[in-house]
Design a protein around this ligand. Sequence first.
Ligand SMILES: [Zn+2]
Ligand SMILES: [Zn+2]
Length: 330
Amino acid sequence: MKAVLYTGQPNKVSIEEVEKPVINEDEALVRVKYIGICGADIELIKGNRNIKIPVIPGHEIVGTVEEVSEKNNELIGKRVAIEPTISCGICQTCKIGLPHICNNLKVLGVHCNGGAAEYVKAPLNKIHLVPDSLSDEKSALIEPVSVGIHVVKTSKIQFGDNVLIIGSGPIGLLVAQVCKFAGAKKISIMEINDFRKGICKNMGFEVVENEKNTENIDYKYDIGYEVSGSEAGMQKLMEMVRPGGKIIIVGLFKNPVPIQLSSILFKELEIKGSRVYSSLDFKLAIELLNKGIINTKHLITNIVNLKDFAYGVELASKKEAMKVVVDVQN
Ligand SMILES: [Zn+2]
Ligand SMILES: [Zn+2]
């Protein structure tokens, strides 16, 4: 089969002919239709992840089931999205009911082969049926929508809360949409990139420039979401979130950030991380997309063919695109 391979040479992927995956009785072979390109793929291809190579990237996957063991034959031909996180089930974290942050968590497209190929294999309990009414392109966004849902659930948002989101890449904008669905009153987004600012505005979100924490400000943010992975973003939230408020870390920070810990003490701030999602979040993502509660119209900016995967990654990493999806069969 044809597959995109990352072989460890930074910023380089190639299309190669590789063996089709062989499944065991607890797995399904999925013929990939669409995948989404994500910041995590970009980091991997830049060589910023310590992973086993070669690897086929891609963890935002929709396709059709092509092969399963006899007893699951009813799945053949069904359209599915793959929840790409595989937990071990036996570590302490799995056992206390947090398998999404399993000590040995593996992600398809990072630690084992992903969806940038004609076929991918996945555990049967990680494939989710996609309703006919949800298009292939939109289905490629199920995985990032699950991330957004998990972020907002982690923040335990309350109806009427004011929220500040730093960074309006695809995840920031999905967090914003989930916050809106969850009943946030004021949703402000801080973004520096003009292209992204434009998309925020087209989606009806308020972009704040460099908001100052002045005395006459008539609101304070109950929750801040750091989705940019930047020190400036984190410092801004430390300042702008009200006493007793929460900060959720979503963006990946490459370097340590100096933070005034006494501000956390004096303001009784809560700072919590949010990583991937649970299977329930994944199922909810399918439902919210299918009902149109999550709008992908402004999010999917480019569709490329599999042979142009490298170009898609380049577009996404230059921030000249929002979400790039790959039509794998063409
Ligand atoms: Zn992703
Ligand atoms: Zn585990």
